[in-house]
Design a protein around this ligand. Structure first.
Ligand code: ATP
Ligand code: MG
Length: 424
């Protein structure tokens, strides 16, 4: 019997990895062009880290984490998101206190959700975080950076939603008002929400239950209870976005699925991907470093869902640049394969990055040429008995009607290079 893959954990096959590599490299280029540096983090962390940062009463911590006891008896969890690990790494490596850091990381995340299009149990995020910046300028920069990315990728089916959650004190006041509101309609709430009403009423606003959407729509909004400083912070953010020409919509119901946010929250959403519309989400989490045992450090960041980005890129008509093989070496007869390997290395030396495939596993002249054709290479280089005897190589264009040419061995690499430099 075959062993099946774990539900919700997908293989990304070669026909798609070209697109993944392309998108990852464009996101990396854009982010690095704003001065952000890469940090690489473990996939496993102590369970406690996520409980303390994401919040005990969230979908992630209550039902979605992959948690297990390792052989030493420690409770470990596969990371459901990257921010907690980034902060933990910042604290343990002394990167945060009295410093400014602009960091990015990317890789798989794990949440045991119900798998569906755009929602998987292993999915991939690109994360960008800035530490030590208090003002709305960095919030604006993080959003402007996304806008540049959409432009680079030709993605236009996205809208930006922003909101402010204020400081903890104004959230506490809003919390009371929410409890009052939802208590009045308690008989219409679902089990999860009734429980949350006691422990974490803001989470009700993040409910995905469609039966509650009208109630949530009619609930009082945080923006009306914002403290003066947060209101100013939010106003400045809006000014900076306007000046940069980034369109936004204020969505007062946007609270985000994790507990640690304060002030700015935002989401880039699309309706081109069905119900999984959030492609990139983020916000400010000034309290998190302290919650995790560090000195108070303002922090803000975003996470891009790469699986959804790949989908959206295609939905907007995007295609990654082709990465076909350039040259296929056909080698038939005594000593031909040895010469083929030497030739392939010479081409790679002369023109780094050129994809050269040497025919492996032998075969007749005809069958090797068939493979050459299938490889999508632009040229076949042919080494047969005649070529070896005359110290030359057959150069056969595979994508045009041009004839095969016999080129002397010492001129071959230069001739081939100049042909490859000219587009087909
Ligand atoms: P959603 O509302 O769709 O559940 P979220 O608020 O849980 O998203 P975050 O925790 O902020 O998402 O993660 C950032 C991004 O990661 C999301 O905007 C989304 O693009 C992506 N993402 C989150 N969960 C998944 C998942 N299970 N599968 C694929 N992508 C995901
Ligand atoms: Mg979610």
């Amino acid at each position: 019997m075959q062993v099946k893959a774990v539900k919700g954990m997908n293989d990304i096959l070669p026909e798609l990895t070209g697109t993944w590599q392309y998108l990852e490299s464009v996101v990396r280029d854009v982010v690095q062009s704003y001065g952000y540096a890469e940090i690489r983090l473990p996939l496993l962390e102590q369970t406690e880290l996520f409980k303390r940062s994401i919040g005990e009463v969230t979908d992630i911590v209550e039902k979605e984490m992959y948690t297990f006891l390792d052989r030493g008896g420690d409770s470990l969890t596969l990371r459901p998101e990257a921010t907690a690990g980034m902060v933990r790494a910042g604290i343990t490596n002394g990167l945060l206190y009295n410093q400014r850091q602009k960091l990015w990381t990317m890789g798989p995340m794990f949440r045991r959700e119900r798998p569906q299009r755009g929602r998987y149990r292993q999915f991939h995020q690109f994360d960008v975080e800035a530490y030590g910046f208090e003002g709305p300028d960095v919030d604006a920069e993080l959003i402007i950076m996304c806008a540049r990315l959409w432009q680079r990728l030709g993605i236009d089916k996205l809208g930006l939603q922003i909101n402010s959650l204020g400081v903890p004190a104004s959230r506490a006041r809003y919390r009371e008002i929410l409890v009052e509101y939802f208590s009045g309609v308690k008989n219409q709430l679902d089990q999860d929400s009734i429980r949350r009403l006691e422990v974490n009423p803001l989470r009700i606003l993040d409910s995905k239950n469609p039966d509650l959407s009208a109630l949530i729509e009619a609930a009082p909004v945080m923006l009306d209870y914002l403290d003066a400083e947060s209101a100013e912070h939010f106003a400045e953010l809006k000014c900076l976005l306007e000046a940069a020409g980034v369109a936004y919509e204020v969505n007062p119901r946007l609270v985000r699925g994790l507990d640690y946010y304060n002030r700015t929250v935002f989401e880039w959403v699309t309706d081109a991907l069905g119900s999984q519309g959030a492609v990139c989400s983020g916000g400010r989490y000034d309290g998190l470093v302290e919650i995790l045992g560090g000195r108070p450090t303002p922090a803000v960041g975003w996470a891009m869902g790469m699986d959804r980005l790949v989908d959206l890129f295609h939905a907007c008509g995007g295609e990654a640049p082709a990465t076909a093989c350039d040259v296929y070496i056909v080698a038939v007869g005594d000593g031909a394969l040895e010469q083929g390997f030497v030739l392939a290395e010479e081409v790679r030396d002369a023109r780094p990055g050129t994809c050269v495939e040497v025919n492996l596993g032998g075969g007749s002249f005809k069958s090797q040429l068939k493979r050459a054709d299938k490889s999508a290479a632009r040229f076949a280089l042919i080494l047969g008995e005649t070529e070896l005897k005359n110290d030359c190589v057959g150069l056969k264009p595979l994508r045009s009607t041009e004839d095969q040419n016999s080129i002397s061995r010492d001129k071959l690499v230069a001739t081939l290079s100049s042909k490859l430099d000219n587009p087909a």
